[in-house]
Design a protein around this ligand. Structure first.
Ligand SMILES: [Zn+2]
Ligand SMILES: [Zn+2]
Length: 369
């Protein structure tokens, strides 16, 4: 029965961080031997999540960012074709305002996309080995009277509603409200909305407003290009004939096809996120039905301000939050690296993090049976 109890995590148990070389003997924490001099290492170099860093840690992206390159390529290609093949005709036959409006929208879309993709979405730093050990000790002290491992949840009251906090076995901490662990990036993200492969990043507390501005402005840009290309083809076909126009303007036809097939999904996504912003909900909460009305009014969304305007202001115009992971900071030798998921005790095998709580309960039941 003793074997079923939780063991504490010793402070020095965290193994080498994936992606770093563990030499024997290992170099002192925070220092890397390079020839005869030791270079202090920055936190992004040993960051435990599955992210890529660029420009000395200033920019970050999820590891698999191929779809992000596709998004960027599609926007650049469609807009480039529009500026090259449609704008000269429309500017000379209609008005110069068309290329100007398109250029403003285009630069706004690209800047919002890059802000969403390369920003820290609101990652919470993992607990250091000593913090994890301290929390393990406190959890152990809560459950010494029974043979069952203590439940790894904590209840807090938010706006008179009881919200349950779950323990993250990877980050070794109780997740704050609205925080979820992204299985793609392997990080706990505050006000986690979803992981978006199209922008190559999680969408969370620190980049949601840019993501919303991106999809909304992209809807306008796509609809604008579509309408302008239709106008261009209609004007040309009045003099050249419809079939001749299609043959002589293949770039415009390609833009028309791309815009036609993408505008519906982008408009739908913008509408869905407008509903989420107005209700102060996240995609994660909406999919899980966390505050669904069918469960009774006592489960209403505790974060809603009960007013659409206030919710919109709170989500889109709230204060900017600083990044908590300090990825450009130097590693302090006495703090050590954050707890690695490889040092998990007890071990339940390589299960996904979301099922770890369930695995914990199953494990406890099988031990007491
Ligand atoms: Zn986590
Ligand atoms: Zn993610």
């Amino acid at each position: 029965m003793k074997e079923c109890e939780y063991r504490q995590i010793p402070p020095g148990i965290a193994g080498p961080v994936p992606g770093t070389v563990a030499s024997s003997p290992p170099p002192a924490a925070g220092l890397e031997r390079s020839g005869t001099t030791r270079r202090p290492r920055r936190k992004w170099e040993v960051f435990p999540g599955r992210n890529r860093f660029y420009c000395g840690g200033r920019l970050m992206l999820a590891r698999h960012s191929g779809v992000f390159a596709l998004t960027l390529g599609l926007i650049l290609a469609t807009s480039g074709l529009f500026f090259a093949f449609d704008c000269p005709f429309l500017a000379s036959h209609l008005t110069l305002a068309i290329p100007i409006i398109a250029a403003v929208l285009f630069f706004f879309v690209i800047s919002c996309l890059l802000q969403t993709s390369f920003r820290d979405p609101g990652i919470l730093p993992r607990a250091t080995p000593s913090e994890a050990a301290d929390l393990e000790k406190r959890i152990d002290s809560m459950g010494t009277s029974t043979y069952r491992p203590p439940a790894r949840t904590m209840e807090v009251v938010i706006n008179k509603y009881v919200v349950k906090l779950k323990y993250c076995y990877t980050c070794k901490m109780f997740r704050p409200p609205r925080t979820s662990h992204c299985s793609v990036c392997d990080n706990c993200v505050e006000r986690f909305d979803h992981h978006c492969p199209w922008v190559g990043n999680c969408v969370g507390k620190r980049n949601y407003r840019y993501f919303y501005a991106f999809i909304l402005s992209l809807s306008f840009l796509t609809a604008f290009i579509f309408a302008c290309v239709v106008t261009h083809l209609t004007l040309r076909s009045q003099t050249d004939g419809f079939l001749t126009t299609l043959k002589t303007t293949p770039a415009s036809v390609l833009e028309l096809v791309i815009c036609f097939f993408s505008v519906w999904s982008i408009l739908g996504l913008s509408g869905f996120h407008t509903y989420l912003v107005a209700s102060n909900l996240t995609t994660n909460e909406d999919i899980k039905g966390s505050w669904s009305n069918k469960r009774g009014s006592e489960f209403a969304n505790p974060y809603s301000h009960k007013s659409i305007l206030t919710n919109c202001c709170a989500v889109l115009c709230g204060p900017f939050h600083p990044s908590l992971i300090d990825r450009r900071g130097f590693i302090q030798p006495d703090v050590g690296t954050p707890a690695s998921p490889k040092s998990e005790i007890p071990s339940f095998g390589a299960k996904a993090d979301t099922s770890m709580e369930d695995a914990c309960q199953d494990f406890a039941i099988s031990c007491t049976a």
